[in-house]
Design a protein around this ligand. Structure first.
Ligand SMILES: [Zn+2]
Length: 236
C-alpha cells in the first residue's frame, strides 16, 4: 500500500470530500487552542519566533480554563541529545506551515545511520522525491476535521452557521467545553463522537421557553440530532 503523503493535494481532497474549506477555518491562535499550543511550543523551542509576552499573557488567559480537559491530547515537542526529534498531537495547519506536511505527528530519524539506511532503502524502491520518508521516520497525516477542536470551535467562528440559529449570540466557549467535557464529548442522543459528528450544546429547555445558558440546562448533541429535533423545540 502506498503511504499517504499529507501534502496540499491530499489535504484539499479530504476537504472537498467533506464539502468544507480547503484549509482549516479556525487555524489561528485566537480561534483554536491546539493551534495556539502548537505555535507556542515551536516558539519556545526556538524553531520559530516566540510569541510576544503580551500575546502570550492574553492567549494563556483565554485558553487556560480549557487546559485540563484537553490535556490528554495536548500537543508536544521532543528533543533528543539537544536536537529537535518530534512533534505530536500537533495542529496540522501549523505542521504544514513549518514542516511542509499536514500532520499531527512528525518523527525524525534517531541518527544519521538510521536516516542513511532509510535513504538507501528508498533509493532501492525508487521512491518518489516527495516521499516524506526521505526526511521523516514517521508521519501521522491529519486533516483538520479529525481535530476535536475543530468540532468544538469551528461553529463559533462561522457566521453562516450562527445565522441558521436564532438571533442569540453563541454560547461562550468555556461553557460549551464544560458541557462537552461533562458528557465525554459524546452526543447524548445517538452516542457518536467527533470526528464522526460535529458537536453542539443543546438546550434542554429552549431559550424561547425560558431556558438558560447554564450547564444544567445544556446537553451535548451532534449537529444532526440537534437540528433534527421537533419544531416545538427550536435548536439551541
Ligand atoms: Zn447525535
Amino acid at each position: 500500500m502506498k503511504n499517504i503523503v499529507p501534502d496540499f493535494d491530499w489535504y484539499s481532497s479530504q476537504s472537498a470530500k467533506a464539502k468544507l474549506p480547503k484549509r482549516c477555518p479556525i487555524a489561528s491562535a485566537e480561534l483554536c487552542p491546539r493551534y495556539y499550543a502548537s505555535i507556542w511550543l515551536l516558539g519556545n523551542a526556538s524553531i520559530t519566533t516566540k510569541i510576544s509576552d503580551e500575546d502570550k499573557a492574553r492567549l494563556d488567559k483565554k485558553w487556560a480554563s480549557l487546559k485540563p480537559t484537553i490535556a490528554e491530547e495536548e500537543p508536544g515537542i521532543a528533543h533528543a541529545d539537544g536536537k529537535f526529534s518530534s512533534v505530536s498531537n500537533f495542529c496540522p495547519e501549523v505542521s504544514k506551515n513549518i514542516f511542509g506536511l499536514f500532520a499531527s505527528g512528525l518523527y525524525r530519524y534517531a541518527d544519521e545511520i538510521d536516516s542513511g539506511l532509510a535513504a538507501e532503502r528508498l533509493a532501492k524502491e525508487s521512491a518518489d522525491s516527495n516521499d516524506p520518508q526521505w526526511h521523516w521516520a514517521g508521519v501521522t497525516p491529519c486533516h483538520y476535521t479529525e481535530c476535536r477542536e475543530y468540532s468544538i470551535f469551528s461553529e463559533l467562528s462561522s457566521g453562516k452557521k450562527s445565522k441558521m440559529k436564532s438571533a442569540r449570540t453563541a454560547l461562550n466557549p468555556k461553557l460549551r467545553w464544560q458541557v462537552f467535557a461533562r458528557d465525554s464529548f459524546t452526543c447524548c442522543y445517538c452516542g457518536k463522537r467527533p470526528p464522526d459528528v460535529i458537536l453542539e450544546a443543546d438546550h434542554k429547555i429552549s431559550v424561547a421557553q425560558g431556558g438558560k445558558d447554564e450547564l444544567e440546562n445544556l446537553i451535548t448533541a451532534c449537529l444532526e440530532c440537534n437540528r433534527g429535533k421537533g419544531s416545538s423545540n427550536a435548536p439551541s
